[in-house]
Each structure stands twice: as C-alpha cells, then as structure tokens.
Design a protein around this ligand. Structure first.
Ligand SMILES: NC(=[NH2+])NCCC[C@H](N)C(=O)O
Ligand SMILES: [Mn+2]
Ligand SMILES: [Mn+2]
Length: 347
C-alpha cells in the first residue's frame, strides 16, 4: 500500500535519474589504504571538527541540528579509522550572538547575527590552521562559508576555493530576492559592488579573487547571479558540463584553472544540495538534476589526492526535512563525503 506521500516520492524518484550513464552509484566499502600526504599539514595529520549549529542564513529550522546528527552518526570514529588524529570537543556555541538584538537592514535577514557568527567561525578556522590542524566545518547553513573561507584566506592568501553547490551563493545585498544570506557569502568574500550598505560585514575584506574560485554542480542560478559570474569571469562547471565532459574531466579543468602551478592550498566548500535530491533529500533548497552519489564522492576524492586541501566545509544537511529515513540517508552521505575528502578510498 502506498500513501500518497510515498507514491509521489516514488514518482519523483522515477523522474529523476539517480545515475548518469557511465557512473556507478555503488555503496562504498570501508577499506582504507593510507591517505595521501598533505602538503600543508604534516603527519600525523590532525583534523579539528568545527561543528556549527547555525541556521540564521536561511529560514528553515533544523539545519542547526545537522552537526549533532553527523557526529552521532560516527563521523569522529570514521575519521579516526583513517589514521587521522581527530579533535572535537563539542560544537561552537552561538547563544551570545543569538541573544543580541537584530538590527534590520533592508531585505537582509539576520545580518548582524550572521556576521557575528561568521566572524567567530573565521577566527576558529584560522586558529586551527595556525596550530597545524585542518579545520573541517560541519554546518549549519552555507552563510558559514563566509566565515570559513575568510579564515582560510587570512591564513593562506593564495588559496583556491572549490564551491560545490546547486547554487552560486553570490547574490549581493542589492541583487538578492530572498534576503537569505546563505545565498550571498561569495559576494562578500569577493567584495562585490552592491554590498556597500551592509556595514555589519565590514570585517569581510575582499580576500578572494574571482580567478581563485571555481564552481561545480550549479543548476539553480538567479538571473543577477549569472550576470555577476559572467562579469567577473568566474569559472563555473554547471551540471551541464558534468554531463558533457564527465566529472573526471571537469575536476581536471577546475583544478587547472584555480591551481595552474599545482601548489596552492585548496578550500573545499561542499553544499550537500549539490547532490541530487534522491541522494541527499534532507536539505533546505533541493534542486533536481544534481550530482550522483559517486560524482559527489569523486570530487572529494580528487581534492584529497592533490594533498593540498587546507579546509573543508560540509553544509546544508537539514535532518528535520523530509522523513527520518531521508534524514538518515542525507547524514550518511554527508559523513561519507567528509571521509572521502580526508582520504577514505574504495580500495
Ligand atoms: N546555500 C544555499 N542553499 N543557497 C541557496 C540560495 C538560493 C537563492 N539563490 C537565494 O539567493 O536565496
Ligand atoms: Mn550553498
Ligand atoms: Mn545550495
């Protein structure tokens, strides 16, 4: 017996192919053969998990419990099994920022809160790097990327950023239609015109250069964002290019573009909605036609193989959306992506 809900889900599954010809959506095995040496963090490699229970960059409750659920699913143990030293002593606390009075600023939602949280996340991320720990930020919504990428660029000014997402998150205060700041972090990092009136984010110096940024997986880009991407000459591999060239070639071109000499530090910011909603259903802004399970993992594996990754974000896991089974599936995929980026291999 199908309920109308499970039936419509089944229909949705039928409409959206999970695999693309030539891709394999196999379950991953947990056999580990040794991680690639990291150019910036000597062995024994230490990672610091930066849990960010934060949802203020978008309106849907529940994305703030993403980090707790990822940890409960065994993320620390799984990374420890890879031979990494894993530091995690609880999630960051944002209560004091939440207690502050918000000051409205046009259409923007929670500008002061998002700014304060991101500023503290940036300091935490840079602090870990200074101490020789690779920060792994688990969110939380993608506005947090403003904090993590800023932290990375403060420590490694020539770092390249790989933004894996269905969305470009490059709206400015004058272009955003939603006012949700998780759709805007990249514009602040680039210092784009249109954000001048947002004094709250004055601390976000334009540390990111357009040629050091590459997108993978885009498929829901607002008209103004398209213009911004074009005008700034930002290299973007939408899902169309993934279809056309395959993820292998796309990753090769992406790395060639941001890292021509092959020795720049890399920041991987992975929004779980880059994956197809059949693979990662519990997320706030799902868009059909996304990366397969394997394509998502391949991106992480390749970034690991460079030995150049200095920071990782995994964001927008919202376990309160869809049913519990979907939530568990999305959390499992999230853990698996993080593990792949930190050296878990199939053989
Ligand atoms: N991190 C995300 N999931 N972002 C979704 C952004 C959606 C839309 N472009 C906006 O500006 O609101
Ligand atoms: Mn995003
Ligand atoms: Mn997104």
């Amino acid at each position: 017996m199908f309920t109308s809900r499970s039936l419509s889900r089944l229909q949705a599954l039928c409409r959206t192919p999970v695999t693309r010809p030539g891709s394999v959506d196999s379950a991953r095995s947990y056999v580990y053969q040794g991680h690639v040496k990291n150019r910036f963090f000597p062995d024994p490699q230490t990672v610091a998990i930066v849990g960010c229970p934060f949802s203020g960059g978008q309106p849907r409750k529940g994305v703030d419990i993403g980090p707790t659920r990822l940890i409960q699913a065994g993320l620390v143990e799984r990374l420890t099994d890879l031979g990494l030293k894993v530091e995690f002593d609880g999630h960051l606390k944002f209560e004091k920022f939440l207690a502050e009075q918000e000051i409205p600023n046009g259409i923007l939602k929670n500008p002061r809160l998002v700014s304060r949280v991101c500023e503290s996340v940036a300091q935490t991320v840079q602090g870990h790097m200074k101490e020789g720990r690779l920060p792994v930020m688990i969110g939380g919504d993608h506005s947090l990327g403003m904090g993590t990428v800023f932290g990375t660029l403060s420590q490694y000014p020539d770092a390249g950023v790989i933004w894996v997402d269905a969305h470009a998150d490059i709206n400015t205060a004058s272009s955003t239609l939603s006012g949700n700041i998780h759709g805007m972090p990249v514009s602040f990092l680039l210092g784009l015109p249109g954000n001048e009136g947002v004094k709250e984010f004055g601390w976000v110096k334009p540390l990111l250069k357009p040629e050091r940024l590459v997108y993978i997986g885009l498929r829901d880009v607002d008209p103004a964002e398209r213009r911004i991407i074009k005008e700034n000459g930002i290299r973007a591999f939408s899902i169309h290019e993934v279809d056309k060239y395959g993820i292998g070639k796309v990753m090769e071109m992406a790395l060639d573009h941001i890292n021509p000499g092959g020795n720049r530090p890399l920041h991987l910011s992975f929004d779980v909605d880059a994956l197809d909603p059949t693979v990662a259903p519990s997320t706030g802004t799902p868009v059909r036609g996304g990366l397969t399970f394997r394509e998502g993992h391949y991106v992480c594996e390749v970034v690991h193989e460079t030995g150049l990754m200095v920071a990782l974000d995994l964001v927008e896991v919202n376990p309160s959306l869809q049913d519990e089974l979907s939530a568990e599936q999305t959390i499992a995929v999230g853990c698996s992506l993080v593990s792949a980026a930190l050296g878990e291999t199939l053989l």
